[in-house]
Design a protein around this ligand. Sequence first.
Ligand SMILES: [Zn+2]
Ligand SMILES: [Zn+2]
Length: 439
Amino acid sequence: MKEDSDPCTGDIPLIIVEGFLSTSGSVAWSPLRRYVGGYENMLGDRKVMIASVGPVSSLHDRACELYYTIKGGTVDYGAEHARQSGHKRYGRHHPTGLYPIWSPSNPLHFLGHSIGGATIMKLQHLLSIGFFGQDTHTDMLLSVTTVSCPFRGTQIVYALGERTDSAPAVRPFSVGSILAKAVHVLSYISPLLPKALDLHADSRALSYQECSLTSFLRHLWRSSWAEGRDATPFDVTFEAADERDANDEGHCNPNTYYTSYTAFFTNRVSSENGKHSPPITNIRIPPLYFSARSIGSFDFESLVPQPSFLPDHRTALDDFALVKPGILRRASQDAELSEHYWANDGVVPVFSQWHPRECAETRCIHHESSPASAPLPSPRLRQHPEKRLLEPGVWNVYTLEDTHHLSVLPLWVGSSCQQNFWSDLGDFLNNIDSQQLDV
Ligand SMILES: [Zn+2]
Ligand SMILES: [Zn+2]
């Protein structure tokens, strides 16, 4: 690696993929880029592009939209997928892609917040099976960085309305049910709405221009989209995560650099079990406070089918008693779940934010946790001041304490936590680019 390499030389662009319900590309990010400077100052001259994908769509649909948003062309969800899911095969047409020369020899860096991270890993899977043609390859993803990503599901989806015994069915009058109705109303009137409320529902023909009033009312009564398997809510269940594992998804590509940032702001409430609860001071952010309580006290035994981590991957609770969430220690097979299944950032439990698949089934390094309020240098620099050679094909897991689901992304407020994160990311990407130039 070059010791004095120019960080502006050979900068490979960064694609940002947003999370659930986020159509904020033009709302939350762009004005801040223009008027505050914010995170862009941390990335030097690197080009940063925000990919707009369906805010409530399934991982498969989002990954397809991500691919064509970058490459350009008409979104093709695949004939078999469209048949199974009951929507059109083709979606939106992108006359110009964000980076049309994207290829194995012109790869990109990726950053995903929340389900944006899982979308990137679904894209990697589709590239690995040649879904977009034989000229593609997983090497098109030079790096993947995720923040608060529910790789392995999250129990919040059940609190919001998904039935614990028969997902993807949704409980009537639940938050999820109301949300589904709102999505259908917005989709129905979508031709009249501003771009910021773009739901990317083109393939589902839900607008008043394509959908009759009777069909619209039927969707309001019971949504075949929200209560189907081809939507975000089901994709973040533990059942769907297990299906992805069984489908051989989520493996590391040997030439891609992986980093995940794990956030949590809850504390263990008892030595008797691994349950967690947020400090009462966090009641100033009510939705996250109450969702963190719900996630922190969830009963995994109530799930049908049972998630794979319950019977087969139990770790000794006592072995985790003296360590903080984020520091992994393998333990015996016959005890209770560790507290990492309840520690959370208000939306996703810690264990799910690490990486896809069990630790034993992937390559990963879990670094020590660090307070989000710590001054610069950033966590990575503090732990690797010598700028060691980066290793691809391995998940580097970093934990940020006292950090909730929205502390780092997507809204830039200039906190020390955010400055640390972007500084760390800028340094990470520069190091990778330097290594690429040296090859
Ligand atoms: Zn679909
Ligand atoms: Zn791991």
